[in-house]
Ligand binder design. Structure first.
Ligand code: NAP
Length: 262
């Protein structure tokens, strides 16, 4: 090979390497799906950790409680085209959405757990795969996959646990690197004061294990979801999450490693 060709090859390789290094070195883009009670604290935590944060909501005019510098985009998990547009350039996707369940009221058109927690998550996983997303972290629920119609949440909310189980399964089958977090009852409960992350010890353990019901602050769920990003010990795992006063405050951070992959 002539000197000229060698030099040209060197320039091309150096440029390509430079691009790769720049993309890897810059801040990562994290797209939070849903700007509700769990999406807002998660967006705040990600922003404080240096991510470029984008929040996807159905109606941007109703968004409140997001920190400055967070981009808001319109999108709906039942609409694949909106997902493709909203996930452009995303490194990570974190879903906090779920069907809006009002006891004894019918679901809005296209808003049932089958539409949102199952088919919506299936669409989100497919769009994430197509966008080359590095990891999708899904906020699910303790007991997801329970198909017992007498289980309280199933009875109150259109078999939501069963549909969440199917949504989880579609994510596992999608080929997108993933982490699934199944929290217990979410605090603050209606009418209770706000809670913030890092105040209560957390039990993070395999979803194959049963330790009964429990509760956890939404902001702590955000802390754990953010902590899963880029963490090899969190990949391909489904975990339960509740507060547990018996444990050391920061112990959950080391708990990932002992949890088996799905
Ligand atoms: N409540 C509990 O005790 C509990 C326990 C365990 C797990 N979970 C699960 O944890 C998650 C978060 O619960 P949360 O109570 O914090 O949430 P939330 O405040 O009710 O927020 C849910 C969000 O989902 C969005 N959403 C609904 N349908 C959508 C769609 N088709 N496309 C895009 N977004 C959609 C809603 O958007 P809009 O604002 O546009 O309606 C809302 O912002 C849910 O999956 C829930 O089932 C809840």
């Amino acid at each position: 090979m002539s000197h000229h060709k060698l030099f040209a090859l060197f320039l091309v390789s150096a440029t390509l390497l430079g691009c790769a290094t720049t993309r890897d070195a810059g801040p990562k883009t994290a797209v939070v799906i849903g700007g509700g009670q769990s999406g807002a604290p998660l967006a705040r935590i990600l922003k404080s950790q240096g991510y470029e944060v984008r929040v996807m909501v159905r109606d941007p005019s109703r968004v409140k409680g997001l920190p400055d510098g967070v981009q808001v985009v319109a999108g709906d998990v039942t609409n694949a085209a909106s997902l493709a547009a909203g996930l452009k350039g995303a490194d990570y996707v974190l879903s906090t959405i779920g069907a809006n369940c009002v006891p004894r009221k019918p679901f809005a058109e296209g808003g049932s757990p089958a539409d949102v927690d199952y088919r919506g998550i299936e669409k989100l996983a497919a769009a994430s795969k197509a966008a080359g997303v590095r990891q999708l972290v899904l906020m699910s629920s303790l007991g997801a996959g329970d198909a017992d119609p007498k289980a309280a949440l199933n009875a109150m909310c259109g078999m939501v646990l069963e549909w969440k189980g199917r949504g989880e399964a579609s994510l596992r089958a999608s080929g997108v690197p993933y982490t699934i977090v199944r929290p217990g009852g979410l605090k603050p409960f209606p009418g209770q004061p706000e809670c913030s992350e890092g105040k209560e010890p957390l039990a993070l353990y395999s979803a194959k294990e049963s330790r009964g019901p429990g509760t956890v602050c939404r902001a702590d769920v955000g802390l754990v979801m953010a902590g899963a990003l880029g963490n090899p010990a969190a990949l391909g795992k489904t975990v339960n999450l509740t507060a547990d006063k018996q444990l050391p405050l920061e112990g959950w951070r080391a708990a990932w490693a002992a949890i088996p992959r799905d």
